[in-house]
Design a protein around this ligand. Structure first.
Ligand code: NAD
Length: 430
């Protein structure tokens, strides 16, 4: 479906990716719901700027390879652009446009003073040596450096990039600004060079804050609740820890090798210790082995999908037996499954809020860098709670008033905030 009449099917092909088309579809639906100004809708369906760069890198064998990189700056009405940088062999411009649009809607619904962007390089990072990855990062930074900066656009890690990548990005940008440290140009940095305490566990902790609030709304309690978690990486393992700290019973977890079930509750500290030693949950002895499909269909109070997109779709939506789903991963429940689950009375806390902990603490990192004054971890966890629950409560109130599902309510609240700000700022020159 074309997003606008005045699109050129060739030169505007970057607007035809499935991710972006999906975002536009739900944007339009939410736009109708809030009666959004048609001029604002027209503007919100296009990115502001798409930057494509060629990145020549001298490889370890002395040959020069040229990679393609992108930075899409979608919307900066609410503040500087913000969004991660992905290194993956499937990265292309349509995907980055879709991800940049989603960052715009996410930052808006979370109430952050930030716009939305995303970057990426089409490369398999697992095939690069450390030196090659550093060279690629520094040249990519240099190619886009005039467009980024602490008041312009603040990247962060995503798939295939990590705190070390951000350190190289920050150093390159700083060298180009005369050599003075500019920590505010990226977030997700190591703590030693301006990173924030609490960033590592922020997404998992945010998932648990949201789960706890959803339970409260439904008259349930975290203490004693049975919780099932798909994915035991950064998000899933910290969600397990924080939920278990609050007295929940984690009855099943899984990773890429499959699931592990124990109706009496798993010992999360022991699971973490096991993963530290064995690098995965494979053959974890104190549980019954189940498949990932079986795990999703377990009877429980809350299901936290924290691994991949598209895990709950029309094929298994009727078989899900939890009361609440908190989307730790991005897009783990499809749009069609959302409708089925909503009809069945299963409450879904959508990804834009539920996994917002990461970008919220990234925002705190940027604020701390600008102030050159750093908060302690308890302070950060507490501030995270305030921001994420405020967003949740706003969206929940909208859902109750309009009788729509939480995903639609989140999108509507997001564009409502963007609409107000865009109307106030007006069109330049007019
Ligand atoms: P990660 O790589 O640390 O962990 C992913 C986990 O999922 C691993 O345990 C992996 O084994 C497991 N997994 C992979 N394939 C699986 C499968 N088929 N079935 C079950 N488990 C499988 O990644 P992460 O940082 O924890 O991110 C997880 C999800 O959360 C992603 O969708 C990511 O985009 C999203 N997310 C992460 C953050 C963050 O701050 N880390 C923030 C927002 C959203």
């Amino acid at each position: 479906m074309p997003i606008s009449d005045n699109l050129n099917p060739h030169s505007d092909a970057h607007l035809n990716g499935p991710l972006f088309q999906n975002a536009v579809t739900s944007l339009r639906e939410a736009g109708k719901l809030i009666n959004c100004d048609p001029n604002i809708m027209e503007r919100l369906q296009r990115p502001r700027r798409c930057i494509t760069v060629s990145i020549p890198v001298r490889m370890d064998d002395q040959s020069v390879k040229v990679f393609t990189g992108y930075r899409v700056q979608y919307n900066a009405t609410l503040g500087p652009y913000k969004g991660g940088i992905r290194y993956h062999q499937n990265v292309d411009l349509p995907e980055v446009v879709g991800l940049a649009a989603l960052m715009t809607f996410k930052n808006s619904v979370l109430g952050l003073p930030l716009g939305g962007a995303k970057g990426g390089v089409c490369v398999d990072p697992t095939r690069l040596s450390r030196a090659e990855k550093q060279a690629l990062t520094r040249r990519y930074t240099s190619e886009i450096s005039q467009f980024v900066g602490p008041t312009k656009d603040i990247p962060a890690p995503d798939v295939g990039t990590d705190p070390q990548t951000m350190a190289w990005f920050m150093d390159t940008y700083s060298q180009e600004q005369g050599g003075f440290a500019q920590p505010g140009v990226v977030t997700g940095k190591p703590v030693e060079i301006g990173g924030s305490l609490g960033r590592n566990h922020a997404t998992g902790l945010g998932v648990v804050y949201v789960c706890e609030r959803a339970m409260e709304m439904l008259g349930m309690k975290m203490a004693g609740a049975r919780i099932v978690i798909q994915g035991f990486g950064n998000v899933g393992s910290f969600a397990a820890k924080f939920a278990s700290d609050r007295g929940a019973r984690i009855i099943a977890v899984s990773d890429v090798h499959g699931g592990y079930f124990n109706g009496d509750g798993l010992d999360v500290a022991e699971l973490n210790e096991y993963v530290k030693i064995h690098k995965s949950l494979k053959d974890y002895p104190k549980a019954q082995k189940i498949t990932n499909d079986q795990l999703l269909e377990l009877e429980c109070e809350a299901l936290l999908p924290c691994a991949l997109e598209g895990q709950i779709d029309v094929h298994n939506a009727e078989k899900i037996k939890c009361k609440i789903i908190v989307e730790g991963a991005n897009g783990p429940v499809t749009m069609a499954a959302t409708k089925i689950l909503d009809k069945r009375g299963i409450f879904i806390a959508p990804d834009v809020i539920a996994n917002g902990g990461g970008v919220i603490v990234s925002y705190f990192e940027w604020v701390q860098d600008i102030m050159s004054f750093f908060w302690d971890e308890a302070d950060i966890d507490n501030k995270l709670k305030g921001v994420i629950l405020k967003a949740f409560d706003t969206v929940y109130k909208f859902k109750q008033e309009k009788q729509v599902d939480m995903r639609m309510a989140a999108m509507a609240c997001s564009i409502q905030r963007l609409e107000r700000a865009m109307l106030l700022r007006g069109l330049y020159p007019r």
